[in-house]
Design a protein around this ligand. Structure first.
Ligand SMILES: Cc1ncc(COP(=O)(O)O)c(C=O)c1O
Length: 453
């Protein structure tokens, strides 16, 4: 019977008589960083003045030269090699070689962002993985999705991103004693969420433990070019344990091209590294086939580091440094303990010193209570430390100031060019609003009091 002659009730009647499925889909919550964006958008729709400090996006426009390269390659519709084009792999090899990590193009694998590459690595390694605590939300979530156990090991204060070497050895021994098959440890240099950089010594000691305990090191160096102090470089475990370290990076942060979805991994040399690369390629071939060809072309240009892009990365590094420092100062002035931001674009204040006042004034006892209050009462969107693996009772939160750089490309470019971006009216205004909110939060009396405009 042709569809249009079917009685209107047939579909709904048969739907009613069909037995519901006897299982629920596996629960995979939306990544906390993406969820906070939606919560902030909801507050905006409600007409609330918001401070969007939740989402880790670089907040600066695409450089026109990158857009030009992308446009020039728009006609490339073929899949291309799974590992990525020879031009991209060669350029990425050059990028790492210039940073003291000599790299053969055959060791490079490209993917649609470093996130899927990290997942492919976990799937290819096939065992449990140690993740720093706190650490970027997706490591633990990806490990669980891949059927592995994320084993959390605390990072020492001020040395985010690298699990304490002493605690690492102990955690691995204990996990193995209960039958876990621990095969890797993830590090983030510089770190998200704390905005700090572990010392060379901590990285060297971590590498020694990785050797003793037969661990692969996955070094996420996506913020490597955003170290605030131009005289400093972030250490890489690939210098100390090249035979077992995989390094990942992407265009997402230093060139603010997260939406372009292009990342690269550098696999170790030697028989193990080559076998791991083949497995990663196998996973890639079954999931994404190849990174998007036009993006690969633009990324080859970017990893060759032409002067205009080097200048752009340098300016964005200065912008992130200035605004992160200003935000850290506002939290410090309100009485929070704040590790000095050293890289990337994050601040990680600890409201521990204000625990009693927050409990008495607002009934706040956990980081979730605190960030929930900040969002609902003040329109300030930040992420609780618990999203990054902190204990729920630790009153820490991740603050990402980069969406304050401007609401238009014109404002963002002005911020990039400014020697004192924190003094630009729209950024200064947001910083003052932050101070006002924090003062109200820590100084005033009971919850339910009217919110200042
Ligand atoms: C530490 C870290 N690694 C990886 C990523 C994801 O990067 P990509 O856009 O390359 O998938 C992010 C993005 O927030 C990040 O902060």
């Amino acid at each position: 019977m042709p569809a249009q002659t079917q009685p209107a009730h047939v579909n709904s009647a048969s739907a009613n008589s069909v037995r519901p499925l006897p299982f629920e889909p596996r629960r995979v919550p939306l990544s906390a960083t993406l969820a906070v964006n939606e919560a902030i958008a909801r507050k905006r729709r409600e007409g609330v003045r918001v401070l969007p400090l939740g989402f880790g996006e670089a907040g600066i426009p695409i450089h026109p030269a990158l857009a030009r390269e992308l446009g020039a390659a728009a006609g490339r519709g073929g899949y291309g090699p799974v590992a990525g084009s020879a031009a991209l792999r060669g350029a990425a090899a050059g990028y790492w070689s210039r940073r003291g990590l000599p790299t053969d193009p055959s060791a490079v694998v490209a993917g649609p962002g470093s996130k899927p590459l990290l997942y492919a690595l976990l799937a290819a390694l096939g065992g449990d993985v140690v993740v720093p605590s706190p650490s970027w939300v997706s490591y633990a979530a990806q490990a669980s999705l891949a059927g592995a156990e994320p084993i959390r090991v605390a990072t020492p204060p001020g040395e985010g991103g690298v699990p304490s070497p002493a605690l690492l050895a102990d955690a691995v021994v204990r996990a193995r004693a209960r039958g876990r098959d621990v095969r890797a440890v993830v590090v983030t240099l510089p770190d998200n969420p704390t905005g700090t950089i572990a010392s060379e010594d901590a990285v060297r000691r971590l590498c020694a433990v990785a050797r003793e305990q037969d661990l692969v090191i996955i070094s996420d160096e996506i913020y490597r070019d955003l170290v605030h102090d131009p005289a400093r470089t972030a250490p890489s475990p690939a210098r100390h344990a090249p035979e077992r370290t995989v390094v990942t990076t992407a265009l997402s942060k230093s060139l603010a091209a997260g939406g372009w979805r292009l990342g690269v991994a550098r696999l170790p040399d030697g028989p193990f590294g080559r076998a791991l690369r083949d497995s990663v390629l196998g996973v890639a071939s079954e999931i994404w086939s190849s990174a998007p060809a036009p993006m690969q072309h633009a990324a080859a240009y970017a990893f060759a580091e032409p002067p205009e892009l080097v200048e752009r990365v340098d300016r964005s590094r200065r912008l992130h440094a200035a605004v992160a420092a200003a935000v850290a100062d506002r939290f410090t002035a309100a009485g929070a303990r704040v590790p000095r931001p050293e890289g990337a674009f994050y601040v990680y204040p600890d409201f521990g010193p204000l625990r009693d006042a927050l409990a008495d004034n607002h009934g706040v006892r956990t980081a979730d209570d605190l960030t929930g209050l900040l969002l609902e009462r003040y329109g300030v969107g930040v992420l609780p430390g618990s999203s990054f693996g902190d204990a729920p009772s630790a009153l820490r939160m991740r603050v990402a100031p980069s969406l304050l750089y401007g609401e238009t490309d014109e404002q963002r470019l002005t911020a990039l060019a400014s020697p004192a971006p924190e003094a630009l009216p729209w950024i200064a205004d947001a910083l003052d609003r932050l101070s006002e909110v924090l003062a109200d939060l820590v100084e005033t009396a009971t919850a339910g009091q009217p919110v200042p405009a």
